[in-house]
Each structure stands twice: as C-alpha cells, then as structure tokens.
Design a protein around this ligand. Structure first.
Ligand SMILES: Nc1ncnc2c1ncn2[C@@H]1O[C@H](COP(=O)(O)OP(=O)(O)OP(=O)(O)O)[C@@H](O)[C@H]1O
Ligand SMILES: [Mg+2]
Length: 446
C-alpha cells in the first residue's frame, strides 16, 4: 500500500467516491444520493478514464458499472487490482445482472461487494458506509502491522547482537580463565624455584672460590712437605687427588652452567606468565616466543615412536612493540600448539598408512620474524599435512575444530584472531593447502 496515500486518506475529512458508469441517468442519481449523504463524488463514463482518475486522484471507494463499452467493469477491476498503488481501494460493482455467476466473477476479481440496479437508496448508502468503515479499519490494521513488524525487527536485531556479544564474552572468559590458570601455575612454580636456585647460584660462587683456595693450599702442602707420612699418602692415593685436582674445577663450572640454565628457564616462565593489566607495554616479541617454546619444550622432543620436532628460528632485529604481552604469548601458544598437533597427527597418519618411504621424515616448525615500515611480522609455519580450502574458511570461527572431542575446543584461533585484530589493530592470516603445510602470518603495528 502506498503509504502517503494512506496518510492522505486517514487525514481526509470528506470521503471521496468515484462512480464509473456509462449511463448518464445512473451517474446523476448516484451523484445526487451520495452528494446529499455528505460524500465528495467524482464521475467517469468509461473504464479507461476511470483508471486514469484513480491513478491521479485516488478515491476512498469506487462504484463500478459492469456493462460498459470498450473496457468493461470486470476488466477495469482487474487492472485496478493489478496495480499495487490502486489495488487496496474497495470496488463495489453496480450490476443489472441478477445471475449469481457474474456476481461471483466480480468478487473473484477483487471487488468487495455489488449492488443491483434499480438502486435501493438506503441499501446503497448502507453498503458504502460499511465498506468505508472496513476500509478505515483495514488501513489502521495495516499501519499497526507495519509498526509491529518494525518493532519485531528491531528487537530481533538487538537480541542477536546481545547474543553475539554474549558468545564473545563467554569465549574470552573461557580462554582467559585457561590462560590465567596456566599463568598462575607457571608463576607459582617459578616463584618457588627462584629462591632455592638463588641460594645455589650464590653459594656456588663462594664454594668455587673456597675450593680453589683449598686446592692451592693442598698443592702448597705437597710442595713444602715432601714426607707427610704413610697415612696421608694412603689417603692421597685412595681419593685420587690428582683426578680431583683436575676434575673439581670442571665440575664446578658445569654446576654453574646448570644453575644459569635453570635461571634462564625461570626468567622465561616469568615472561610467559606476565599479566597484562590495562595498558599496553613495550616488549621484545622474541622473549614471548622463546618463553612459549620453553613451555612447549616437552612436546617438541623425540619420543620412542616419533622424531623430535625441529624448530628453525629465523629472527630479525625487531624494535620493541607496544602490546599486551600476555595476550601475544597466548597467540604464540595457540599457533605453536596447533602446529605441534598437526605434525603429530601427520606422523601418526603416515605410520598408519605404513609407508616405507615416509614423506614425513623431518617434522619442522619455522618461526621467522621481520619488519616492514609499519609492522612487526611473525610467521609460524609447519610442514604438516596442511588444510583444505573448506577448513581454512572456518578456522577463525569460534568452536570450529577438526580434532576429536575432548582434544580441541575450537577456540584457539578465534581468540587469537580477536587478540591480533581487535586488541592490537593487526592482521592474522593463514596460508595453507593440502600436503603443503601451513603458515600463519601475524602482523602487528608498532
Ligand atoms: N597448523 C595447522 N595445520 C593444519 N590445520 C590446522 C592448523 N592450525 C589449525 N588448524 C585447523 O584449525 C582448526 C581450529 O583450530 P583452533 O586452534 O581454533 O582449535 P583447535 O586447535 O581445534 O582447538 P583448541 O581450542 O584446543 O585450540 C583445528 O581443529 C585444525 O583443523
Ligand atoms: Mg588450537
């Protein structure tokens, strides 16, 4: 329905009735009757000019004669009904025909009623008034329906937006909870190990000095006291003093190396478990990658049934980057864990196929870092089995996983995508094809 027309119709005080009839007598009678009943009356003498009149100046109701030359009433009605802007105007047929068939035809074409000639004045007015009332009610109903539809659409879109937000929040909560409990565990362990390793490392320094002094003293004794007696000589032989003299300094330096390594690991663990707080921090991206590799070390080493996963690092000199380091570690963790998963899966599949010449002899993860004018770029690639196009199209969708139930939640990449794009204004892309391995490309502006 044409809404400006509706509006116009609702505001109009005087209702307009168009009478289309080729008989001047009928037109005159109807004009008088309707005019004196308070309607504005328009008249036309044939179908074509009737249609023209309706289109130019739509009335509230049409009285339409059936028998007319050229375009008869039925055809006129059909055309008016076929036009979306005139189809809602109620049409009442004026007919001299008493055959039921003709009346049914008129009603089937969309007319609302019919009146038969000769007219019963009262009846004509009563029918017109009834249909005008129905018309008003219909218009009102249409208007309310439209308003309701708009309100329902608004509510639906509000609700679906809320649902989306809820899903996102849930997603973040699950992942944040996962990472923060891992972070807390790591931080707790690092803290507990930190003190004892501190004692050992400090005391090792003094122990080394004391041992060196004692060895010097023993050597002096040996030099200045050529005959210490059999008891001392037996002891010197039993303990193999010469060997101790040579071996003890080596032993001390390897102990120092060991404690230094443990201290390095602890530093990495602390880096990994860094909490982000509200503001971004300037950090070295390599530290985060190294810390994550450290945590995943146990999954990279060789097992009886599979070789070690080789990690090739191709690092460039990078500027420090303003970021949420804990979140970035989460991304590295997800990408590296996925790479390890796919390499393990690929190795198992190859074994299962019992291929003698396994195409998969050297499971490898390559981590490359570079910069361009505006961004730091981290590429994490594996030589696993790759992904089909249909999988690639889904990987960033929450809860999409190809892993067996209980193994993957399908959240890793969707969270990583959100962290890189929304939280860091960067880009996360995946390049992969079946049999060709997979590469993830992280771009973060600095
Ligand atoms: N390096 C990769 N090689 C091949 N397929 C991959 C790789 N990384 C991700 N995928 C595919 O993308 C899917 C989604 O990865 P995503 O990390 O989001 O979830 P997931 O690893 O299945 O579960 P989780 O929530 O535990 O991380 C994986 O199930 C896998 O099919
Ligand atoms: Mg994953």
């Amino acid at each position: 329905m044409n809404s400006s027309y509706e509006q116009e119709l609702c505001n109009k005080k005087l209702e307009t009735i168009l009478v289309i009839d080729d008989s001047p007598t009928n037109l005159e009678i109807l004009h008088d009757v309707l005019g004196s009943a308070g309607y504005e009356v328009l008249v036309e003498m044939d179908g074509a000019s009737g249609i023209e009149q309706v289109e130019g100046n739509p009335p509230d109701l049409i009285l339409l004669d059936v028998m007319m030359p050229k375009i008869d009433g039925f055809e006129t009605c059909r055309r008016l009904q076929a036009n979306p802007s005139t189809k809602h105007i109620p049409i009442i047929f004026i007919t001299a025909l008493t055959e039921a068939e003709e009346k049914v035809k008129g009603l089937a074409l969309g007319a609302v009623d019919y009146i038969t000639k000769p007219f019963e004045q009262e009846e004509v007015l009563a029918r017109i008034s009834l249909h005008l009332k129905l018309r008003k009610l219909n218009l009102e109903l249409d208007k309310q329906k439209q308003e309701l539809e708009i309100r329902v659409a608004e509510r639906t879109s509000e609700l679906s937006q809320t649902l989306n937000e809820l899903k996102q929040t849930q997603l973040q909560l699950v992942q944040t909870e996962k990472i923060s409990s891992l972070g807390q565990l790591v931080a707790g362990v690092a803290h507990e190990v930190n003190n004892p390793i501190g004692f050992i490392s400090t005391n090792l320094h003094y122990a080394n000095q004391y041992i060196e002094d004692l060895l010097i003293l023993v050597r002096l004794f040996q030099k200045n006291c050529s005959n210490p007696g059999s008891e001392v000589e037996e002891q010197i032989e039993a303990m193999d003093l010469k060997h101790i003299d040579k071996d003890l300094p080596k032993l001390m330096s390897s102990m120092k190396l060991g404690t230094d390594t443990i201290k390095g690991i602890m530093q990495s663990l602390r880096n990994f478990s860094r909490s982000d707080g509200e503001n971004k921090k300037l950090v070295d991206i390599h530290e985060g990658i190294e810390a994550t590799l450290m945590i995943l070390q146990h999954r990279l080493k060789a097992y009886p049934k599979r070789p070690a996963i080789q990690v090739v690092k191709d690092y460039s000199v990078l500027p420090k980057v303003q970021c949420y380091p804990g979140q970035l570690n989460q991304v590295f963790m997800n990408l590296l864990a996925n790479a390890i998963d796919v390499l393990e899966e690929s190795m198992i599949e190859n074994q299962y196929l019992n291929r003698k010449e396994s195409t998969f002899i050297n499971p490898k993860i390559r981590i490359a870092t570079t910069i361009n004018k505006y961004q730091v770029i981290v590429k994490i690639a594996d030589n696993g089995k790759g992904m089909s196009e249909s999988v690639i199209n889904e990987i960033f969708q929450p809860f999409f996983t190809t892993k067996p139930e209980g193994k993957g939640t399908g959240l890793g990449l969707s969270i990583s995508y959100q962290i890189i794009t929304e939280n860091h204004g960067g880009n996360l892309q995946c390049i992969s094809s079946p049999g060709e391995g997979t590469e993830f490309l992280i771009q973060i502006p600095f």
